[in-house]
Design a protein around this ligand. Structure first.
Ligand SMILES: [Zn+2]
Length: 435
């Protein structure tokens, strides 16, 4: 064998080894699984409010920048003319659904399945408030949380058996601060607060025990106040019992047994303003009976907008004036709350209230929970919980929702390929939202 042949053989071997070790050609492998192009990004936590592209890889936000090349992504959604915001968080929902008789919002017929309501309205996180108590939280987890694609978090009820209605929720002996705190510490990734609701007696005990549990487990307390006989003063709740960071829900309600925040002269009560200054969080909690324009109009005219905008979703509210989170947010938008603040209330602010700062923003590395919203212009009607109507010229609509990098809702197919460009033959692609 000549030296030349030997040299050539060596070259071939070295070259073959190099080829075998080389990574696959990058050009055929998109860098991003999804690119949302040309939308107006509102990410209040990161101070972004302008047209930008959002790229997703490995289920996380990979890049937020101008003019990211479409060829770098496996799937592109055209969001021109739409708003791109962090996946919405609903701080007050009832999703512990089940088929137990006389169980109301705690494995009963009054709660709804999370995935059937969340994604179509841009929501990626629903917080069930009070459905489960420390006794039946494991059932809630197995029955609902573990089976849902929506991120479901919980404020557990100070009542051990949760929100089953009737005498169950009046049982002071089943309101145990210590056991509630123990349960919260067992599931810190899922239980983010304590809920008080529906107690009709003259005592402060449900509130004081919930606050005690909250203090012990370092989580906030949400109070659905009212219905006490004799009535308990709202001023004492807001200024004496609750801590900064605790939440009053049903802010714009006027129901029997609870003092409304706007007085008979149409002014927001001074102690309500003082409570806001000391850090009490005011939540909408619209529901079936807790949002009246007679409260919301004067309050917002005086600048008293909510900190967080939630639905109080259940079988009653969803088919009445509340409808869904976007309809509820649209009400505030038409009452003059700036769009950026409306989005903040359901993203960064909601995440801050539940002490989950990793949620509610589009920072690089965050889980890719994204809502693409349309803002329709026209004449729209909005109904309050008393049956009164207001009109407005703006309405938010859920166009595209992404949860953990997966498209889970796409109203007009903006992330889909034209049918005539699809491969011929049997269905090659399952709907990514189904499983
Ligand atoms: Zn509720």
């Amino acid at each position: 064998m000549s030296h030349l042949w030997f040299y050539r053989l060596q070259t071939v071997i070295v070259f073959s080894l190099l080829l075998a070790a080389a990574p696959p050609l990058r050009a055929q492998e998109p860098q991003f699984s999804l690119l949302i192009k040309g939308g107006h990004v509102i990410d209040p936590k990161n101070g972004i409010d302008g047209v930008m592209d959002v790229a997703v890889a490995d289920g996380k936000i990979a890049q937020v920048a101008n003019n990211i090349q479409a060829s770098r992504a496996g799937r592109v959604a055209d969001a021109t003319g739409l708003y791109v915001v962090p996946g919405l968080i609903d701080l007050h929902a009832h999703v512990f659904w089940g088929t137990e008789d006389n169980a109301a919002y705690s494995s009963g017929y009054s709660a709804v399945p999370p995935d059937s309501h969340s994604f179509r309205s841009g929501q990626t996180t629903l917080v069930d408030v009070g459905g489960a108590g420390w006794r039946n939280f494991p059932q809630f987890k197995a029955q609902v949380i573990d089976r849902s694609r929506t991120r479901v978090l919980s404020f557990i009820n100070i009542v051990g058996t949760g929100m089953k209605g009737g005498p169950v929720e009046q049982n002071l002996t089943d309101m145990d601060a210590k056991l509630t705190a123990i349960r919260i510490r067992q599931y810190p990734e899922l239980i983010v607060g304590v809920k008080v609701a529906h107690y009709g007696g003259p005592e402060w005990d449900p509130v004081t025990r919930a606050v005690e549990a909250g203090r012990e487990a370092k989580v906030p307390v949400m109070v659905d106040f009212g219905g006490h006989t004799p009535p308990l003063p709202l001023e004492d709740l807001l200024l004496k019992h609750l801590r900064p960071g605790d939440i009053l829900t049903h802010t714009y309600a006027h129901v029997g047994g609870r003092t409304p925040i706007v007085d008979e002269q149409g002014n927001v009560r001074p102690y309500v303003l003082e409570a806001r200054k000391r850090g009490i969080v005011f939540d909408v909690g619209h529901g079936g009976g807790s949002f009246l324009y007679r409260q919301a109009v004067p309050a917002t005219k005086q600048g008293f907008y909510p900190d967080v905008i939630s639905t109080d979703l259940h079988v009653g509210s969803m088919n009445s004036g509340m409808k869904n989170i976007l309809n509820t947010m649209s009400k505030l938008l038409n009452l003059g709350m700036p769009l950026n603040d409306v989005i903040r209330a359901n993203t960064a602010k909601a995440a801050e209230v539940i002490k989950r700062p990793e949620l509610g923003h589009l920072g690089v590395g965050a889980e890719a929970d994204i809502a693409v919203l349309g803002l329709r212009r026209g004449t729209f009607g909005f109904v309050d919980s008393g049956g009164g109507k207001a009109t407005g010229d703006q309405k938010l609509e859920g166009e595209l929702t992404v949860k953990g990098g997966q498209v889970v809702w796409d109203l007009n197919g903006i992330s889909h390929t034209l049918w005539s460009d699809m491969p011929v033959g049997p269905n090659a692609r399952r709907n990514p939202a189904s499983r």
